[in-house]
Design a protein around this ligand. Structure first.
Ligand SMILES: *Cc1c(COP(=O)(O)O)cnc(C)c1O
Length: 234
């Protein structure tokens, strides 16, 4: 799959160029390869081109790929909505969880993270545009959640993850990103380990980096357009 290798190279260049222009004190931007719906062979191709961090949304799908790729040294991020009956496996199988948005999930992940593993890295998912019935904590709940995570020895609070309202209006997009950056710097000033602002996807990566993102989650710009899930699941 030479196209994956080429796209990775282009994405890395784009990230580097944009970060130089952005002049935020974030000195590096991590590229997370969002591999939902793609087969283990696509992930293997990305890994062969130097990609280490992968993001998955669906637990069972992620576990089967992870099992096929045990020979590789990869980092796994869970980025999908979390049902509480899935927390045990998420806590034991992933290195990062970016979609933590309520206390119940914090408590379950903390209790279920195996003691022989390093602390589970956590980003709080914020509903940054306060959209009704969308995943993510309310901004007013942020500091309470952060404190709850910070008191758990099996968890490590790393930052925020946001998915703004999809829009072509770049000003509106930038406002959501700026709001997230402000909350991120406030969080980082309170908690030592906080270094991650996860924002930016294939469509809005550049704007997100300009606004101070430290981690972009890229799916379609790397692997190609996804088929609807119903067409790819058995
Ligand atoms: C699917 C997904 C992405 C990647 O989206 P693309 O537009 O394909 O880059 C990023 N973040 C989350 C939470 C996702 O579910």
């Amino acid at each position: 799959m030479p196209e994956i290798k080429n796209r990775l190279k282009e994405l890395r260049q784009q990230i580097e160029t944009t970060s130089k222009i952005a002049k935020k004190d974030t000195d590096s931007v991590t590229l997370l390869a969002v591999s939902k719906t793609w087969s283990a062979s696509a992930l293997r191709a990305a890994a062969a081109a130097g990609q280490r961090a992968f993001g998955e949304n669906y637990l069972q799908e992620a576990l089967s790929k992870k099992a096929e790729l045990v020979d590789l040294d990869l980092t796994w991020h869970f980025i999908g909505p979390i049902q509480s009956n899935k927390t045990r496996e998420i806590a034991s199988q992933f290195d990062w969880v970016q979609s933590v948005d309520r206390l119940k999930i914090v408590q379950r992940l903390a209790t279920q993270r195996p003691a022989d593993l390093p602390p589970l890295n956590i980003c709080i998912q914020l509903n940054i545009d306060d959209e009704p019935s969308k995943s993510g904590a309310k901004i007013s709940e942020l500091m309470l959640l952060a404190e709850a995570i910070n008191t758990q020895p099996t968890l490590c609070l790393r930052g925020l993850m946001i998915i703004p309202t999809p829009t072509d209006d770049i000003t509106q997009q930038r406002q959501s990103f700026d709001r997230a950056y402000t909350l991120f710097t406030e969080l980082a000033s309170r908690y030592d380990g906080v270094d991650t602002l996860s924002m930016g996807m294939s469509q809005d990566m550049t704007t997100a980096i300009e606004a101070g993102s430290t981690l972009v989650r890229i799916g379609s710009a790397l692997f190609g357009k996804r088929l609807p899930k119903s067409d790819t699941s058995p």
